[in-house]
Design a protein around this ligand. Sequence first.
Ligand code: CA
Length: 236
Amino acid sequence: VAGGRSVRAYPRAMGTGPKILVVEDERSIGTLVSTYLRRAGYDPLWVRTGEAALAELPRHPLSLVILDLGLPDIDGLEVCRRIGGRVPVIMLTARDEETDRIVGLEVGADDYCAKPFSPRELVARVRAVLRRTGPAAPVADVLTLGPVRLCRGTREVTVGGAAVELAPKEFELLGYLMERPGMAVSRATLLSDVWGFLAPGETRTIEVHVGQVRRKLGDPSLIRTVRGVGYKAVAP
Ligand code: CA
């Protein structure tokens, strides 16, 4: 999709939101959770056993795992242990399983939801965990890069004191790179963190936005291309 316009317009319909692995043997819960996640713009993948979960793990760029502890084959805690912190985990536990919750948090789970839970509560927890486990966000209100000054509060960008008009995604893209001066940021990371979805083929969207930002800043060398990777913000 050239320019990525249709992806931006229909991320939900295309299932390009962050991919979430749902591990739950109960059909009613698995269906409910998947439905709510999809409605919230995520891309759920539902499996019913621990074995299946571990098999799917390396096959996808997963953003999160929702893991029932009471699985028919491998114990949920063991699955969590084997995930080993590679992907954030929200455990689904029975209300009285306090020990499981404690152990779960010890073996690397990020949060838990006690059954019976409301799907809305679960989606809220998913959002919170993804916010927390996403890229570290030092919430600096004002960022500078050479002559460029970006203020998040006022959403203003100036170059040498002169205001520059950036589109919303251009602003976020520039802010994301300026927060990590000198660091190479991959196109996949930009897609997931600035655009909010993982669609490896959509790099053209990024190229177009980087081109616009460079043009508007008037100095292309402020955002350097890192060949085969992505981009980095570099002070002159
Ligand atoms: Ca179960």
